[in-house]
Ligand binder design. Structure first.
Ligand code: FAD
Length: 521
């Protein structure tokens, strides 16, 4: 898997069946689905795979208890079904996780208990374990650092958690194994139209600056919160201006040490002071606290938190934990932009309300746009996209196969599986661990669960080009402990440069790491 070979394939005068723009959960899911059905596929990502929203999730594979409270039964049922599918197809990257809801008022036990029993019922055979009522003592055994105060008891239920960026890489690599050409650092610079129909796109190799024309029968815009730019380009080309589809909303996460939440259970606060759900989730040896939901109109690649968001997460956490984290305890703080969808009528006119569901639109020129939804449902979203392509006769129908397709690294019957709450390490590679160990530097520990061999594997097999690619998304150190990620960058960069021969942009990673620790003004 050498980049020169991938780029050379881009230059060939062929017409792909499907060209996908965007290498996040949505685009990668579509690329894998289409490739696995036997279509020829190219996917282009302007930065690294999962550089956008798809590496910044709360890491939950969930039906969404919150949507249940809002009465979105269909949405919850579909997500619960997809939860089971993902846990089955990528068991090294997605696993069941027990949650405990501490109840400080009696009515909470009855109210949330009833809701979570409905959640179990909706999951049916896709359930991960039955919801249980806990005594105050049992609740504290699961959540040893929860405030005992007037604790009346707790409710334990099951959902899943995952490693979002590594799942994105597994999708990219599984799609490639099925024949898809997937290229990172290759922004799409424009769409090509022929007789009013979209017939392909133009892109640029981000490393050399060389431009390419790519022809495709079907072009899928899966650019996350950035879909409107391409929709507008399409609308202008065919003389039909479009209205914005996405209303971005940002979510902040704060990462602290495990001492704030030891044990194997996540904590859920079903209703914070502003009516949101707050999670404290053990993940890869740390604890993730979050998140917020703040409308944001700029579309920064690296949005930063507002001070009020950081203070809100810290103060809400302090209401439920015996020792609330302070700013000095923050190991990393990162922000993702949710692509919430403004529902559109058949004519493309905006209707009221924002949707948590995904939307698939096909323009007059045939440009297919997909956005919204959530990570958990990426596979079902991809099936919907392909169904829409068949309905609009952009592609001839072929059956889908991803429901039972193991992703690369999946080991369906491992002898022992380390939980995702444990620090990352060789186990994160699933069945590929022996291939990592076979590379030079397998015994050379760099810190943070990373070895020299893992950096080499990232460059040779996982499309890594920069120190950030390795430290943010192959390893998750930037998200777990930004200071340590900054400290490891020069060593990681030196190994990468040996492998790729290009500048690993070490200083950029160090600046980014500093910004993940900087307190908002
Ligand atoms: C704070 C937060 C928490 C969340 N938590 C969860 C959770 O716990 N569980 C869950 O299931 N879901 C969760 N989600 C939702 C989930 O993360 C998103 O729905 C999903 O990641 C969106 O993926 P995407 O591929 O549509 O967008 P993105 O991941 O942003 O991908 C779009 C990609 O397109 C690329 N791109 C843009 N323009 C171009 C171009 N011109 N050429 C080439 N590439 C381009 C971008 O670089 C980007 O990588 C969360 C979201 C947020 C914001």
């Amino acid at each position: 898997m050498k980049r020169e070979h991938l780029i050379a394939k881009l230059a060939r005068p062929v017409t792909f069946d499907v060209a996908v723009i965007g290498g996040g959960a949505t685009g990668l899911g579509v690329a894998l689905d289409a490739a696995a059905r036997g279509f020829s596929v190219v996917l282009l990502e302007s930065h690294d795979f999962a550089k956008g929203t798809s590496s910044r999730a709360t890491k939950l594979v969930h039906g969404g208890v919150r949507y249940l409270a809002q009465g979105d039964i269909g949405l919850v049922r579909e997500a619960l079904h997809e939860r089971a599918t993902l846990l089955r197809n990528a068991p090294h990257l997605a696993q069941p996780l027990p949650f405990v809801l501490p109840a400080y008022r009696y009515w909470e036990l009855a109210f949330y208990g009833a809701g979570l029993k409905i959640y179990d019922a909706l999951a049916g055979r896709a359930g991960l374990g039955a919801t249980e009522f806990l005594t105050p003592g049992e609740t504290l055994a699961c959540l040893p650092t929860a405030r005992p105060g007037s604790l009346r008891g707790g409710i334990k239920y099951w959902d899943g958690q995952f490693d979002d960026a590594r799942l994105a890489l597994a999708l990219a690599r599984t799609a490639a194994a099925r024949g898809a050409l997937v290229v990172n650092y290759c922004p799409v610079t424009g769409l090509r139209h022929e007789r009013g129909r979209v017939a392909g796109l133009t892109c640029r190799d981000g490393e050399t600056g060389q431009g390419y024309d790519v022809s495709a029968r079907c072009v899928i815009n899966a650019a996350g919160v950035w879909v409107d730019e391409l929709r507008q380009a399409d609308g202008n080309a065919i003389g039909r201006p479009v209205k914005a589809l996405v209303a971005p909303s940002q979510g902040v996460h704060i990462v602290v040490d495990r001492e704030f939440l030891p044990g194997e259970h996540a904590l859920i606060v079903p209703k914070t002071a502003d009516g949101r759900v707050l999670f404290a989730v053990p993940w890869l040896g740390k604890v993730i606290l979050g998140t917020t939901d703040t409308p944001r109109h700029d579309l920064a690649l690296e949005p930063r938190p507002f001070r009020a968001e950081m203070e809100f997460i810290l103060s809400e956490s302090a209401r439920y934990l015996v020792r609330g984290p302070a700013t000095a305890d923050i190991r990393s703080m990162w922000v993702g932009l949710r692509p919430l969808v403004k529902p559109q009528g058949e004519d493309g006119e905006e209707t009221k309300g924002l949707s948590r569901e995904h939307t698939v639109l096909v323009s007059r020129s045939g440009l297919v746009t997909v956005t919204g939804g959530k990570w958990t449902t990426y596979r079902a979203m991809a099936e919907d996209v392909l169904a829409k392509c068949f309905e609009k006769r952009l592609l001839e129908p072929k059956p889908g196969v991803t429901a039972n397709l193991h992703l690369i690294g999946a080991d369906p019957a491992p002898t022992r599986r380390a939980p995702l709450s444990q620090p990352q390490g060789l186990h994160s590679y699933g069945s590929e661990a022996p291939s990592v160990q076979a590379l030079p530097g397998a015994q050379r520990d760099l810190g943070g669960g990373l070895t020299e061999a893992m950096v080499r594997f990232a460059a040779r097999c996982e499309y890594a080009r920069t120190a950030e690619d390795v430290l943010a998304r192959r390893s998750r150190l930037l998200f777990l402990d930004a200071r340590q990620a900054g400290a490891l960058a020069p060593e990681v960069g030196a190994i990468l440069r040996e492998e790729t021969g290009v500048d690993p942009r070490v200083q950029e990673l160090q600046e980014l790491a500093a910004s993940y620790l900087a307190l908002p003004g």
